[in-house]
Design a protein around this ligand. Structure first.
Ligand code: 13P
Ligand code: SF4
Length: 367
């Protein structure tokens, strides 16, 4: 069914005015600054990184590898020295995702894996809310993000005060927050969800109506899959909202055999054209299983590179929308983060305790 109502900052007269900004992580350091290693393309570096190049040879030209390999090698050495683990989202560039990450995945997989990390230091290659989620689930670890300006248009669309206003307007209606929110918002809601489990989380509440925030399009998708009435928030992903149904129809007209898969953050006219809709991990699994000859992946465009590196026989047509926030994470600032222990993610302990409850409630849901 369609969503029951949609609200945004302009719908609350008493709302504190001013632009919402993603809270910036305090640029603190969690340890001593280590000396910069020599970043030279030597035969030793070439030998040590050859197995890594095998993984990305279909998406990184040989001429570019000598420029990247010394930094990749230095990061991998430093990880071992410092007892650090690198978590990378599926949208990270292939040289990060396939060559320096210890664990890669979608938001749900990264949150679950974060609970199992034994290392003392986590370097989060993803956006700010992902690093916050890792810190919530691992309060005793040092969580670093290579660039704390890596935000998210969804997380920036809503504050904790907005959630309190929604609760006043709809007393007793449970609130589900997409993990693409700040810890401050997570602290105000009943449970979190990701795009992998949004329908399951909404239905787990056994309520006739649920407030689902902040993504209006994910809310619309969830509403189409359940009988629970959905009240939404006017947030959107700046990357996925740019796709248009008509561009997908043009791909199909050019080649009717093409397969199209899309992320549920896309608008409904885009999802209506897709053969499959799912989280980034569900999309990857779909490609691994179906092995389509020609594929259009309607999501952030580094993910198509990461899949092509693994499955070069799948021809990727790429309407390329990059997430500028994900792209703030680079090999250089991952190395710098390991050398300087910056920037450390910290969350007020009282706020963290409330926010953690919402994330853990999601993780503990039975499959
Ligand atoms: P996934 O949970 O599907 O990885 O999505 C996260 C995200 O930010 C998509 O834009
Ligand atoms: Fe946020 Fe969209 Fe970037 Fe994902 S792709 S991190 S939802 S802005």
């Amino acid at each position: 069914m369609p969503i029951t109502g949609i609200y945004g900052p302009d719908d609350f007269a008493g709302r504190p005015q001013g632009q919402i900004v993603t809270p910036r992580v305090q640029p603190t350091r969690a340890g001593p600054v280590l000396p910069m290693p020599a970043l030279e393309w030597t035969s030793a570096v070439e030998r040590a990184t050859a197995p890594l190049y095998e993984r990305v040879k279909h998406v990184i030209p040989p001429v570019e590898w000598p420029l990247m390999a010394p930094t990749i090698h230095a990061i991998n050495e430093l990880k071992r020295e410092r007892g650090a683990v690198v978590l990378a989202h599926n949208y990270q560039a292939p040289e990060i995702f396939h060559c320096v990450a210890d664990i890669g995945g979608d938001s749900l997989q990264l949150a679950v894996e974060a609970t199992k990390v034994k290392a003392n230091v986590i370097v989060q290659c993803g956006v700010h809310f992902m690093a916050e989620t890792s810190k919530l689930l691992n309060p005793d670890k040092t969580v670093l993000i290579p660039d704390s300006r890596a935000g998210c248009s969804l997380a920036a669309s809503i504050t904790g005060a907005d959630v309190r206003l929604l609760r006043e307007k709809f007393p007793g209606v449970p609130v589900v927050a997409y993990v693409n929110t700040s810890a401050e918002v997570k602290a105000e809601v009943d449970i979190c969800c990701t795009s992998s489990n949004a329908v399951q989380v909404v239905e787990s509440l056994n309520a006739p109506t649920v407030i689902f925030l902040p993504d209006r399009y994910l809310a619309t998708y969830v509403a189409s899959k359940t009988n629970v009435k959905i009240i939404a928030w006017k947030g959107a992903c700046e990357v996925h909202e740019r796709f248009k149904g008509e561009e997908l129809r043009a791909y199909r007209e050019a080649d009717p055999s093409v397969q199209i898969i899309a992320h549920p953050e896309c608008p409904p006219d885009v999802l209506a054209e897709a053969d499959f809709t799912g989280s980034t991990a569900h999309m990857i699994n779909w490609v691994r299983e179906k092995r389509p000859r020609r594929l259009v992946m309607i999501t952030e465009c580094s993910m198509a590179d990461n899949v092509r590196a693994e499955l070069p026989d799948v021809e990727m047509l790429r309407p390329c929308n990059l997430c500028p926030h994900m792209k703030r994470i680079t090999l250089s600032n991952i190395l710098e983060s390991l050398l300087t222990s910056g920037e450390e993610v910290t969350i007020d302990p009282a706020l963290a305790a409330r926010a953690r409850r919402s994330v853990e409630r999601m993780i503990n849901l039975k499959n």
